[in-house]
Design a protein. Sequence first.
Length: 131
Amino acid sequence: MTDDFATPARFQGPTADLPLRGQTILVVEDSRLASEALRLMCYRSGARIRRADCLRAAQRHLQTYRPAAIIVDMGLPDGNGADLIAMIRAAPAGALPVIGLSGDPDLAGEALNAGADSVRGAGVISAPLTV
């Protein structure tokens, strides 16, 4: 017996054009402009994002959702992104990719020391972002 129904696009896996299809990225960023840039980059790769604008909102998201990866701004209004990275790494599900984001390249070491994954040898993606 064959199924004549095609798999809906939202349930299809990654492709060469959409390598992140089906993945959800948690973006912890207080700047709407930077969040929108990240959303567009993720969208072009097939990923969805969930957005948190502070550490507290990120912690609430992580209690409910299990993203495929997390991008954390190092300077948030209610604390340091390195604290969130360290908290994620200390959690039982702490093996997921975590990347720091900052306009200050000097924060790369802080992000790496907290447990961020290396991006081209650095612990942070440098802002401003370009799409």
